[in-house]
Design a protein around this ligand. Sequence first.
Ligand code: HSE
Length: 379
Amino acid sequence: MTQPLRIALAGLGTVGVGLVKILQNQRDLITARAGREVVLVAVSARSRSKDRGVDLSGFAWEDDPVALARRDDIDLFVEVMGGEDGPAKAATEAALTAGHSVVTANKAMLARHGTALATLAEAQGAQLRFEAGVAGGIPVVKALTEGMAGNVMTRVIGVMNGTCNYILTEMEQTGGDYGDILTDAQRLGYAEADPTFDVGGFDAAQKLALLTATAFGTQVDYDAMEIEGIEKVTLTDIRYAMDMGYRIKLLGVASRTDTGVEQRMQPCLVPAESSLGQLESVTNMVVLDGDGSGRTAFLGPGAGEGPTAAAVMADVVDIARGAQVPAFGVPVAQLAAPVPAKVQTPAPYYLRLSLADQPGALARVAAALGQAHISIDRM
Ligand code: HSE
């Protein structure tokens, strides 16, 4: 009989608790799929006494996630604490150094340190997997590393932040206040600990940076991303967009161009009737263009306990099966150095100006735009 896969879990927030529930409630299914038992051995979180609605009495407790990561009675370390540096990075490095594979949902850490951590994992003969870090329940990392492995990828676009999509669609549908809707998103467990990461576009940009590396076989280059969030989008903008047949979405685009890789994350008008325009609530959508497969699209819940924990579990099952997949699809030594390209794709822009109601005001705006070689399409 194959030995069980022994897990340590760092982080008992929304995702960590979701993982405990899957392990407790779906034991037979997971064992059948993994080909062996998957056993949670030990856990760590900030507060031991907090009631999380799950029974943790059967697991060893560690106050220090680094000590948890180094335990010699585990095979796999699951990191769902979050945070770019600090305990999450220290514990991940400790686990990999001890030769333990790591499954993480931490896109912030990987957007900054993904190449270095993947290098450490390979040197130690360990796996580093992050399906839950990108687009919640959508298996888009696996789509790129496995299903699309026969393609030269040319473009990745998508809506990758559930909180922003929830805010934008709720504002449109209810006319509600931005702040109240953001509070709802936090209560429902969609938002990051610091929601500035969501509304500022950074969370989605981190996800796109990971997809860019995986799609194009380049080192992670988060710093090259052009990022703009949704904080300045108002109900007025949303309604004007609707009047013109569009919806506003926080859209990520990564393209392979002749001069390098373009990466941007910004609010965009998308046709209201398009698949992207129809996305509601926390739904994410990622569209992959490959030379062989053409265009494929993946749609699903991008945030929340169930989808994100299921994505963590999928990586755990892969590792239990013995799958060996490089973190970004190819061994780190074969990842190309990133060559960032300035965004060149010409695109129409939406511009909203408030003018004093005076004769000639509009004419002066039109003249200024004309002098800057900007043509007005409609007003
Ligand atoms: N805060 C993220 C979102 C959670 O809203 O999409 C998943 O990364």
